[in-house]
Design a binder for this molecule. Structure first.
Ligand code: NAI
Length: 342
């Protein structure tokens, strides 16, 4: 379960689970920004999940058609569409998992931080509505810069008096997916077996793959470590440049986000063996938020795994120290933004 693909784990709703109980499609998922480049394929992948009974799609435009289209797939969940601020509250009522890919993506030459001014406000507004309508939900923040938007979400939830740090997640699954793919390619490993933890944050050098902790255990030359680390850190930019102005990663991101949703639903459903990397409130380092592997359970994060940060290679130790100032600044920028506009 450490690395399972969401599709592989899924069961049909009328199959019995290994406990002999009927597996019920019973969770409600909302996607905010559902008509976008990530939102649409993500909605499709979640529509395939047997654990989902309701899929609520929200956007400021164009979401009616997406929902009508998806609703014809003969999988269990009921798909509903919600357009514009006046329908946001209804979209969120009773929801168990809220996924937020709303906002603008990068164009060539932009950093994730260049998106701050637009996306900070979008995330703030959406999380306020989450606080008012489904404060117990797991919140998955995809909108960049994740290193700042997650601290913004935390502040908003605190202001509303409903912050549960165990249920707020910055989605960094794509970094793990990329690391797994690139390592398997380079080392000729069977992809399905490879699992590389990725820690830190979700931008440039704050993305730190722990290649020394790759499973199954593999050895890398110093040169391979350097090349792989840089490729994983720049993988998003690789896609931005290839798309040449048409946006950033959407399909691989949707795949990664769907895996994180499926992991969350399995955890909610009582699976006791669910681990994912995510950017969360953390006491593993001196930074208030940090991405690392967490164990997911019914109430959100059940445990952090401090041993993941022990026994790092010299390269990783240095890279960890080097990323801290940038990550700290991004976190503080998010907190300052949220605090100056109550
Ligand atoms: P997109 O522009 O294709 O879609 C964004 C959607 O958000 C649009 O449908 C738009 O109408 C909607 N939207 C805008 N303002 C909104 C609001 N106030 N409320 C609800 N919806 C709103 O962009 P794309 O490619 O889907 O990317 C979305 C975000 O995901 C970007 O910020 C991007 O940087 C981020 N991203 C994050 C990754 C990660 O690993 N965490 C990876 C790739 C992208």
């Amino acid at each position: 379960a450490l690395r399972g693909s969401f599709a592989r784990k899924a069961q049909k709703p009328n199959q019995s689970s290994h406990h002999g109980l009927q597996l019920q499609a019973s969770y409600k998922v909302a996607i905010l920004g559902a008509a976008g480049g990530i939102g649409q394929p993500l909605a499709l992948l979640i529509k395939m999940s047997p654990l989902v009974s309701a899929l609520n799609l929200y956007d400021i435009a164009n979401v009616k058609g997406v929902a009508a289209d998806l609703s014809h797939c003969n999988t269990p969940s009921q798909v509903l569409d919600f357009t514009g601020a006046s329908e946001l509250g209804n979209c969120l009522k009773g929801v168990n998992v809220v996924v937020i890919p709303a906002g603008v993506p990068r164009k060539p030459g932009m950093t994730r931080d260049d998106l701050f001014n637009i996306n900070a406000n979008i995330v703030k507004t959406l999380v306020e509505a989450v606080a008012d309508n489904c404060p117990d939900a797991f919140i998955h923040v995809i909108s960049n810069p994740v290193n700042s938007t997650v601290p913004i979400a935390a502040e908003v939830l605190k202001q509303k008096g409903v912050y549960d740090p165990k249920k707020l997640f910055g989605v960094t699954t794509l970094d793990v997916v990329r690391a797994n793919t690139f390592v398997a390619e380079k080392k000729n490993l069977k992809l399905i077996n490879v699992d590389v933890p990725v820690i830190g944050g979700h931008a440039g050098i704050t993305i730190l793959p722990l290649l020394s902790k790759t499973k199954p255990s593999v050895s890398f030359s110093d040169e391979e470590v350097e090349q792989l680390t840089i490729r994983i850190q720049n993988a998003g930019t690789e896609v931005v440049e290839a798309k040449a102005g048409a946006g950033s990663a959407t399909l691989s991101m949707a795949y990664a986000a769907a895996r994180f949703v499926e992991s969350s639903l399995r955890a909610l459903d009582g699976d006791g063996d669910v681990y994912e990397c995510s950017f969360v409130q953390s006491d593993l380092t001196d930074l208030p938020f940090f991405a690392s592997r967490v164990k997911l359970g019914r109430k959100g994060i059940e445990a952090m795994i401090p041993s993941d940060l022990q026994g790092l290679s010299e390269y990783e130790k240095k890279a960890l120290e080097a990323l801290k100032p940038e990550l700290k600044a991004s976190i503080e920028k998010g907190i300052a933004f949220a605090q100056k506009q109550p």
